[in-house]
Design a protein around this ligand. Structure first.
Ligand code: ZN
Length: 206
């Protein structure tokens, strides 16, 4: 783990440290304790363990600080935005999924990164135990640390199963969180431009 990963608290769990059999037997115990021995003896515990290890917690396999990787020189210095990056994460309070879209922007200071790398960063930070507010902050922090842009911004819009599944009348409600760093933090004009780009649905009148 890099110094940065430790400073930011980015846990990295190598694949060989994941014990699928124990995850499955613990799930079987969970189902038995819930009064569901038939489910405990079905294929569900193994499938659940696999889904958690390979999908919901897959972000722990990589250090987010290394995801953006190689950058290359930028000549324009203009805003780079990426909107509608789908993500799934897990609420650390209830261990239930929340999912939605991430909208990201950065103002380069001479360095660009690949857009697929930004999407990979969303994936790496989301597929962990999270709270949405922290995920939003971590996304801009890693972009700032990795690329040293003049500023970075992020909006997440997500539906939480711990809200929608427990209280049906809240189903479909979305939580929006936003984080700004660098030039975005104290420049309402730049924030406004970002918001229009990612939420306004168009590029006219920029
Ligand atoms: Zn929750």
């Amino acid at each position: 783990m890099t110094d940065q990963a430790q400073r930011k608290g980015y846990v990295v769990v190598p694949v060989e440290a994941v014990d699928l059999d124990t995850m499955a037997s613990s799930m079987a115990e969970f189902l038995t304790a819930a009064g569901l021995p038939d489910a405990a003896n079905s294929g569900a515990p193994q499938k659940t363990a696999k889904a958690w290890a390979e999908v919901l917690l897959a972000g722990y396999r990589q250090d987010p600080a290394t995801i953006l990787g190689q950058s290359w020189p930028d000549q324009t210095g203009d805003l780079v935005t990426m909107r509608g990056v789908p993500f799934v994460s897990v609420c650390e309070h209830h261990l239930l999924p929340f999912y939605g879209e991430a909208h990201l922007a950065y103002l380069p200071d001479g360095q660009l990164t690949g857009l697929s790398r930004l999407a990979a960063l969303v994936d790496c930070l989301a597929r962990r135990l999270q709270v949405q507010e922290r995920l939003t902050e971590q996304l801009v922090d890693v972009v700032m640390d990795s690329l040293q842009p003049k500023g970075a911004a992020c909006i997440l819009e997500a539906a939480h199963d711990c809200v929608g599944a427990r209280t049906l009348q809240h189903r479909g409600s979305k939580v929006q969180t936003v984080a700004y760093r660098g030039d975005f933090a104290d420049n309402p004009g730049l924030q406004d431009r970002f918001l229009r780009l990612v939420l306004g649905g168009g590029v006219a009148g920029l």
